[in-house]
Design a protein. Structure first.
Lengths: 324, 348
């Protein structure tokens, strides 16, 4: 075991797979000589050469579509979007071509798109988004959102191994802020299996990504009220671990669904609806959603604080549920 | 002023032999063109009989371009043909009965009723199924070429698009990337002069689509898309150049779409004289008379080929009509691939 940052764990996972499997290659803007905008692939081009760590032109359609073609030809491409926001330029290739190819033409497309996502550092409307819900809605795509360094490595390895197009959302705010023990050997963390981040008996928080830590801070505050909060880290939004969510809902009877993405049409709605459909009789309060308001992500720190759900917001929400 | 090279016609049998086709091959090319048109003519009848759901598209006028390019491809090469490129499927060896089953949305079509018309491909034959978003398959073909380059395989990818689709960013991004990396890919533009109802001059302002190639750092060639031998010669040259590391080529095959965008469209917007002019250089008729003049095609051979094609298509239709409807209980299967799906030669 070594203590790694979330970012180092991503590098470690990618390096592990590239060393193990010659079919894996990385392509993106500035991923080679520069090592990527966030330095995930620093030193990779020296180790793997320019045809396995490929500096692409500023052309997300060509990058994502190119990965689709290379995957169909038997390689295991990993594309890096410089920011998750730029996947809008590769949307068509992902949603129109890659996602539907297996179902309609029988052709698997085993590829990964790495998406540095999330806000909290004044990135503004185009460097801060969390677009996982949009893609979770597209049949044929998988969406992975690790919260811990250990999961960052294990889920990336699973994503690369998976025979489908997988979107790997790596939260930028966690890159250097979160450290944890990460096994040095290769391991994979299964997609679709949630993790209980914190056990509790009174209220459940269902969340993923950076919000796991926001929920954790809030849960600590609730301890002093004598309210015990359970945190379910979904880990992957598609497929998502319905059984784990329902189990926690049945255990505590009160559920807060929390995400950093905007509220309307966000994946939290799907989770809340499923709980209402399948665990209604076990609930002691209506399922509560906490998410960003329906606006673009603002730039100013003051505005961004009002946008991203804060610890105080979660505390308030949890207290309301506890007192219901 | 044209920037792309404007390729001339093929003159003699000798020149054709130089390009790698013997007389037997030439008769095969002719046969494939007849099958291509025959499949679409029979499809049209099926549509009128109400047996084809949705719409129906043909590539009349494009047979030479599709068959010519596909004939120039090697067995290990891959391609992403579009809806005017039935000839590519025929040359690569897709059975016509499966195409009719595809048209009718039956279980035995390559997509088992999950997608329609020419949205199909047999991956075992080196083809990747198109989507409606044109030219979204160009980045995919480029990615196939990237895989060949990474693995240092002597294989080439062929990506098709139309002159209308040339307006979209996918074409630009693909060619930019392929140019910078000298990827083994050939971009084939079926320029049939109308994107639905929009004429070429409203799609691009240069004389030829292929004029753009120079800006991407590779060669552009325009060829008469009704001359199957000229198309073959230029495609062969481009494909073999790509195979030995010479980088991409943009090959534009100029023709006219001889029917509407789809079966509902009477193409009233295509000027009559233009239609008449291009009808006079019908790709199949043109090649037939070339074979008579240059390769001693006899009445007997011609009759044999024609009746063979008729028999093939008649039995194909019968077989396709027997194909069952897809089973609705299978609808939700296969949205995601399983690891066993990767158990193919491609993924070893």
């Amino acid at each position: 075991m070594a203590e790694l940052t979330y970012l180092q764990a991503i590098s470690d996972g990618l390096r592990t797979e590239m060393r193990r499997d010659k079919r894996v290659f990385l392509i993106g803007e500035d991923v080679g000589v520069y090592g990527g905008a966030f330095k995930v692939s620093l030193g990779f081009q020296e180790e793997f050469g320019p045809w396995r760590v490929i500096d692409a032109p500023l052309a997300e359609t060509a990058i994502v579509g190119g990965c689709t073609g290379a995957a169909i030809m038997g390689l295991r491409p990993v594309a890096e979007m410089q920011f998750a926001d730029f996947i809008s330029c590769g949307w068509d290739q992902l949603v129109t071509v890659a996602a539907k190819q297996r179902w309609r033409a029988g052709t698997p497309v085993p590829m990964v798109v790495r998406l540095p996502s999330g806000g909290g550092f004044s990135g503004g409307p185009f460097h801060s988004q969390n677009p996982e819900s949009s893609f979770a809605h597209v049949p044929g795509l998988k969406c992975v959102c690790p919260a811990t360094p250990e999961d960052a490595k294990g889920l990336l390895i699973s994503a690369i191994e998976d025979p489908n197009p997988v979107l790997y959302f790596e939260h930028k705010h966690l890159y250097r802020r979160i450290k944890g023990e990460v096994p040095e050997e290769r391991y994979s963390t299964p997609l679709g299996k949630a993790r209980i981040h914190r056990e509790g008996g009174d209220v459940s928080v269902i969340t993923w990504g950076a919000m796991v830590y926001t929920a954790e801070e809030a849960a600590k505050q609730l301890d002093s009220d004598g309210v015990s909060v359970e945190i379910v880290d979904l880990r992957t939004v598609m497929p998502w671990d319905k059984a784990a969510v329902l189990e926690s809902a049945r255990k505590t009877s009160k559920v807060l669904v929390l995400h950093e993405d905007t509220r309307s049409g966000g994946f939290g709605g799907e989770i809340a609806a499923t709980i209402a459909e399948e665990a209604f009789e076990d609930l002691d309060a209506p399922v509560k959603r906490l998410a960003a308001p329906d606006t673009p992500v603002p730039f100013s720190p003051t505005l961004e604080k009002a946008f991203i759900p804060q610890v105080e917001d979660v505390v308030t929400g949890l207290r309301e549920l506890a007192e219901y | 002023m044209a920037i792309a090279r404007e390729a001339g016609p093929v003159g003699s049998l000798h020149e054709v032999r130089e390009a790698g086709l013997d007389r037997e091959d030439l008769l095969g090319v002719y046969r494939n063109m007849l099958i291509t048109r025959g499949v679409e003519e029979r499809g049209h009848i099926l549509y009128r009989q109400g047996k084809i759901p949705g719409s129906f598209y043909t590539g009349r006028g494009n047979e030479a371009a599709a068959v010519g390019v596909a004939t120039a491809m090697g067995p290990e090469d891959v391609g992403t043909p579009l809806h005017r490129d039935m000839g590519v499927h025929i040359v690569r060896g897709v059975d016509p009965w499966r195409i009719f089953a595809q048209y009718m949305g039956r279980q035995d079509g390559p997509t088992h009723g999950r997608d329609g018309n020419v949205h199909m491909a047999d991956s075992q034959l080196g083809l990747i199924a198109m989507v409606s978003h044109l030219p979204a398959m160009l980045p995919v073909a480029t990615g196939a070429a990237l895989a060949f380059r990474i693995r240092e395989e002597p294989r080439v990818a062929v990506g098709w698009f139309g002159e209308g689709a040339s307006a979209r960013g996918d074409a630009h991004e693909s060619m930019t990337f392929a140019g910078t990396r000298k990827l083994p890919v050939v971009y084939v533009c079926d320029n049939n002069q109308f994107a639905y109802s929009t004429p070429s001059y409203l799609e691009f302002a240069t004389e030829h689509v292929a004029d753009r190639a120079e800006a991407y750092g590779f060669e552009g060639v325009v060829v008469d898309g009704t001359d199957v031998l000229a198309v073959y010669r230029e495609a062969k040259r481009a494909i073999e150049k790509a195979r030995v590391g010479g980088g991409p080529t943009l090959l534009e095959c100029l023709t006219l779409r001889m029917e509407g965008h789809a079966v509902h469209d009477d193409a009233f917007y295509v000027p009559k004289p233009m239609l008449e002019q291009w009808a006079a250089s019908d790709p199949i008729e043109r090649f037939r008379s070339w074979l008579r003049d240059n390769a001693d095609l006899t009445d007997e051979e011609e009759g044999e080929i024609e009746s063979g094609v008729k028999r093939l298509l008649t039995s194909a239709l019968e077989r396709a009509e027997e194909s069952p409807q897809p089973d609705p209980s299978t609808l939700t299967q296969g949205v995601y691939a399983s690891p066993e799906d990767l158990d193919t030669p491609h993924h070893k």
